[in-house]
Design a protein around this ligand. Structure first.
Ligand code: AMP
Ligand code: ZN
Length: 482
């Protein structure tokens, strides 16, 4: 069996991964709060843990891995969005959840085995909170239930902070009902205009951290293998999850391995709305602020080309390079059967704490040495199956009222470009028809010239028009009108 080694935040070391139960390898990753489109930073943990999920399925068998990623559908940001938009919370969370699945699907991410919504687990959260109160780890105060951090000696161990340091560093105003300033909310009261559930402490709603603890316990048990998320979640979110889960279920150890991805930046800067470099996955896919859309596979390539424990920079330059590489790979592997010999080269690097930069280098090597079948295996394995964004060699023939229009191409082409070319071809068919009547061929010539400057060859016959992008075809020159 392949030996997987993973960097464990808990021990700050790369460790050999040994599942608690190889028949059911279990992983939990913190998912999104669903009130808006996912930004491109949110895609990083999705893609990192997607590759880990694929690796685990490869090593332990597809039916022997359980991957849970939650949707946080109760949160004050959602309430605020509902209040300002006049829409219902249910509408907003349902719409945003579907957007998230569509956007991450476009990046080639597999869906996790289970995707629990927090609001479907409220009774389980209440039960866990009751247990924590019972065991002396939580207390009720002023309609709230708070976790008492001093009741858990290992509080702060994951992020390597002491409670005293945390208090010193905290700049937040401390609620008067807290016994210790670091105590955090498990349950809070809801006014009538806010979502709420009946509980032993009155009508209210859960705090964020208890959601993950309760869902992980219900779906994966008191101990499981891997817990993941971005490193911005390490404190306080993950620290609080550990405290809650280990105190409520002292018989279990919660997650054995903790994995954290580093943050994403844009062109060397932190992504932020005020810097104007903030964009969503959908913006990237569809094009934004004058920039053309980027196929999901290209986004995936750029993300995977930086090791997950290093800060990652999204740049237009990297996207352009990735496009060239993928174009070449898809061309080389078109119609090729995958050869699992590719696994021998790829899997050892992946198993070494997901060394994807090395994996991509080896794929470049495959391409240079004509190992198309191995390359195809690696592409399939990593989720680089060319979607409809990449059309292989093909043709599109349409019969119009004025004759046929025919577009044919070799290599890969995006459907957008195919659409553009076929629209131009249809227009040419119509214009040619009119010109035969009027004997004015100026518009015909204009379109032919426009296509020509973009490197597209045009053949006209009595029955129609044939359009073929040549070797020097430059799709960017199709911008604007003929
Ligand atoms: P949130 O919805 O903000 O809780 O974030 C969902 C996931 O995205 C979490 O795992 C975060 O750690 C991760 N995340 C948020 N911002 C970034 C970023 N700039 N780079 C990488 N991961 C991020
Ligand atoms: Zn979580």
């Amino acid at each position: 069996m392949v030996e997987i080694r993973l960097h464990n935040t808990k021990t700050r070391r790369k460790e050999v991964f040994t599942p608690i139960d190889p028949e059911n390898v279990r992983m939990y990753v913190c998912g999104p709060t669903v009130y808006d489109r996912a930004h491109i930073g949110n895609a990083r943990p999705v893609l990192v843990f997607d590759v880990l999920y694929r690796l685990l399925r490869h090593v332990y068998g597809a039916d022997h891995v359980t991957y849970v990623r939650n949707f946080t559908d109760v949160d004050d940001k959602i309430n605020a969005r509902a209040a300002e938009s006049g829409r219902t919370i249910a509408e907003i969370t349902a719409e945003t959840t579907q957007w998230y699945l569509d956007d991450m699907g476009a990046l080639g991410a597999l869906e996790p085995t289970v995707m629990p919504r927090a609001t479907a687990y409220i009774p389980q959260m209440v039960r866990m909170i009751e247990g924590l109160i019972h065991l002396g780890h939580a207390y009720e105060a002023d309609g709230h239930v708070l976790f008492a951090v001093e009741s858990y000696a290992r509080y702060g161990a994951l992020s390597g902070r002491s409670v005293d340091d945390m208090i010193a560093g905290a700049r937040v105003e401390v609620a008067p009902y807290k016994k210790n300033p670091m105590d955090f909310v498990l349950w809070k009261p809801s006014s009538d205009d806010l979502p709420g559930w009946d509980s032993p402490w009155g009508r209210g709603r859960p705090g964020w951290h208890i959601e993950c603890s309760a869902m992980a316990y219900e779906l994966l048990g008191e101990s499981f293998d891997i817990h993941g998320g971005g490193n911005d979640l390490m404190f306080p979110h993950h620290e609080n999850e550990i405290a809650q889960s280990c105190c409520a279920h002292p018989e279990g150890g919660f997650a054995k391995v903790w994995m954290h991805n580093e943050m994403l930046q844009v062109e060397g800067k932190k992504m932020s709305k005020s810097l104007g470099n903030f964009f969503t996955v959908r913006d990237l896919l569809e094009g934004h602020d004058g920039a053309p859309g980027v196929p999901g596979e290209v986004i995936r390539y750029v993300f995977l080309s930086t090791h997950y424990r290093k800060p990652m920079d999204w740049t237009a330059e990297k996207a352009a390079q990735a496009t060239q590489t993928l174009k070449e790979w898809f061309r080389l592997t078109d119609g090729v059967e995958p050869d699992s010999k590719g696994a021998m080269t790829i899997v050892p690097d992946l198993s070494n704490d997901l060394n994807l930069p090395n994996v991509l280098q080896k794929m470049i090597h495959f391409a240079h040495h004509g190992q198309a079948c191995e390359l195809k295996w690696a592409l399939d394995f990593l989720g680089f199956t060319p979607s409809s964004d990449w059309w292989h060699e093909g043709k599109l023939e349409e019969q119009t009222d004025y004759g046929f229009s025919h577009v044919s191409w070799t290599g890969t082409m995006s459907p957008e470009i195919v659409d553009k070319l076929s629209a131009l071809a249809r227009r040419l068919v119509e214009v040619r028809w009119n010109a035969m009547e009027s004997k004015d061929f100026s518009e015909v010539d204009a379109i032919k010239h426009f296509l020509g400057q973009a490197g597209v060859q045009v053949r006209m016959s009595k029955t129609g028009v044939e359009v073929t992008p040549g070797d020097d075809f430059d799709s960017s020159k199709l911008e604007g009108s003929a």
